[in-house]
Design a protein around this ligand. Structure first.
Ligand code: SF4
Length: 233
């Protein structure tokens, strides 16, 4: 194994352990039993992977009734992609197609997002895609502040578990929810903003690009910047 592969593997293990300890704390377990000499391989094998921790969180969200949107949803749209992704896209909320399928960004805007990801030389499977709200607002209305407050904790835990290098916020609502700002997207778009040690770059939502194709050029500049950040060690 090359030195760089070993380093990457070790960093992934450290990230998994951090996420594991965080999850244990959230479930009220304050003591971590360390394996004895020679037992490390066995213990490592039994550590919950990021996939398992995300699955555990997903199961929690599937039963969530913390805001009124649970009454009208057909499916919870938790998120989808690689739990070890270096890049996480965050949108605002599921729409009609997403609510129907239980998957994020699968409608027309989702198809455009897939094209944007592929134009970066990445695949949809290699990134992680989710929304601030996990349930569809009726008639695709804007998320209400109290819904964002009720749901945002799930997004923060997803980000903490995945621990990406870059977050790309799609549109004003995702950017405002994470950055807790009222600034319009036109003001913050394309900026590199620190978010808990992760680079956050807001850009336009693909649904906006469907209505305003001339803004694709600016989004492409943002995607190129993200690609450069991902390629840096
Ligand atoms: S939108 Fe979020 S907080 Fe509201 S019911 Fe769905 S999962 Fe729970």
């Amino acid at each position: 194994m090359r030195e760089v592969d070993i380093k990457t593997e070790l960093l992934n293990v450290i990230k998994d352990i951090k996420a594991y300890i965080k999850a244990e704390e959230e479930y009220g377990i304050g003591e971590i039993l360390m394996p004895g000499a020679g037992a490390f391989e066995t213990e490592k094998a039994s550590l919950p992977s990021k996939s398992k921790i995300l699955l555990s969180l997903k199961n929690e969200v599937l039963n969530c009734k913390a805001c009124p949107l649970h009454k009208t949803r057909r499916n919870v749209v938790f998120g989808d992609g690689d739990p070890h992704a270096k890049l996480v896209f965050v949108g605002e909320a599921p729409g009609y197609d997403e609510d129907l399928q239980g998957l994020p960004f699968v409608g027309q805007a989702g198809k455009l997002l897939t094209k944007m990801i592929e134009a970066m030389g990445l695949s949809r499977d290699s990134v992680y895609i989710c929304n601030v709200l996990k349930c569809r607002p009726p008639e695709n209305r804007q998320p209400q502040p109290e819904e964002v407050v009720a749901c945002k904790g799930y997004l923060l835990r997803q980000i903490e578990i995945i621990s990406p290098k870059v977050i790309c916020c799609l549109g004003r609502h995702a950017s405002c929810a994470l950055l807790e700002t009222e600034d319009p997207i036109s003001k913050i778009r394309g900026k590199e903003i620190d978010f808990k040690g992760i680079v956050l770059i807001p850009t336009f939502h693909p649904a906006y690009l469907l209505r305003n194709p001339s803004s694709k050029r600016e989004v492409w500049e943002d995607l190129k910047r993200i690609k450069k950040l991902l390629s840096e060690e």
